[in-house]
Design a binder for this molecule. Structure first.
Ligand code: CU
Length: 259
């Protein structure tokens, strides 16, 4: 009976941890199930659900069978000095419980690999490319129009947004200037490493206006936790206006004498 109580208490603890984790947003970053806003984010979400739901069903089935056996065949229900039948080995059963998990693991591998092939290839029909470079500690977004958005790492308030137009396929080219960083906005795409000396690629095509948060997902030094990411999607006309403002600011900065 003590074993059952202990199992139930552990299960309850896990449940409480899961619920509290799903409830709290870490700096606006939901650790579980953010609503996807880009097709690659949607496909990652679908893959996650497609693997998690069957895994959860298998988990509940195994735990229920375990509890049922533990309760039904507990020692106190058996006559004093009872010794259960001593069978050794069961070839068909052993073959089944070796092959069944293998099939499950291979299915997960294949499912994930197909998603990797589908959404982690460099695209060549993008409207434009933004070069995203990570450094200790922040992100720079170099636009083809010739200006750069700096997201300097901070824990005091929000960083400047990486602005994109909605419904536009944008190629992201990742670079690292010192150590490896990883760009991750869960609602948009999978983690993509920004590696010194090697370019990685991803893309986004956001279907609505709004703002989404992410963080550097590769431990990169003492300021790692400050490397916030904010992506903002605007309508094409708002975006065009924003670009003009950036160009004007850049021109102004170049004209004024710097110290
Ligand atoms: Cu980093």
């Amino acid at each position: 009976m003590r074993l059952i109580t202990r199992s139930l208490v552990s299960l309850l603890g896990l449940l409480v941890a899961a619920i509290s984790l799903s409830g709290c947003g870490i700096g606006g970053l939901s650790p579980i199930f953010p609503t996807p806003v880009s097709p690659n984010g949607q496909n990652i979400y679908d893959t996650y659900i497609g693997i998690s739901v069957p895994a959860l069903i298998i988990f509940i089935g195994v735990e229920a069978a375990l509890l049922w056996i533990v309760v039904k065949y507990r020692r106190s229900r058996q006559p004093a000095g009872y010794v259960p039948p001593q069978t050794h080995g069961n070839t068909p059963l052993e073959i089944v419980w070796t092959i069944a998990p293998l099939v499950v693991v291979l299915a997960i591998a294949l499912y994930s690999f197909v998603e990797l092939q589908r959404d982690f290839q460099p695209v060549n029909n993008a409207a434009f490319t933004v070069v995203v470079s990570g450094h200790q500690f922040g992100w720079n977004y170099a636009y083809p129009q010739g200006f750069t958005v700096h997201q300097e790492g901070t824990l005091q308030g929000e960083v400047a947004p990486f602005v994109v137009p909605t419904n536009t396929l944008i190629k992201l080219q990742f670079q690292g200037t010192d150590v490896i960083h990883s760009w991750w906005v869960p609602a948009i795409s999978g983690k993509t490493d920004a590696v010194p000396g090697y370019d990685n690629f991803s893309w986004l095509k956001i279907d609505r206006t709004g703002k989404w948060k992410g963080e550097c997902a590769e431990l990169c030094g003492v300021g790692h936790a400050t490397m916030q990411i904010v992506v903002q999607a605007m309508s094409q006309s708002d975006y065009d206006q924003w670009v003009q403002e950036q160009l004007a600011t850049k021109k102004g900065a170049a004209a004024s004498p710097s110290s």
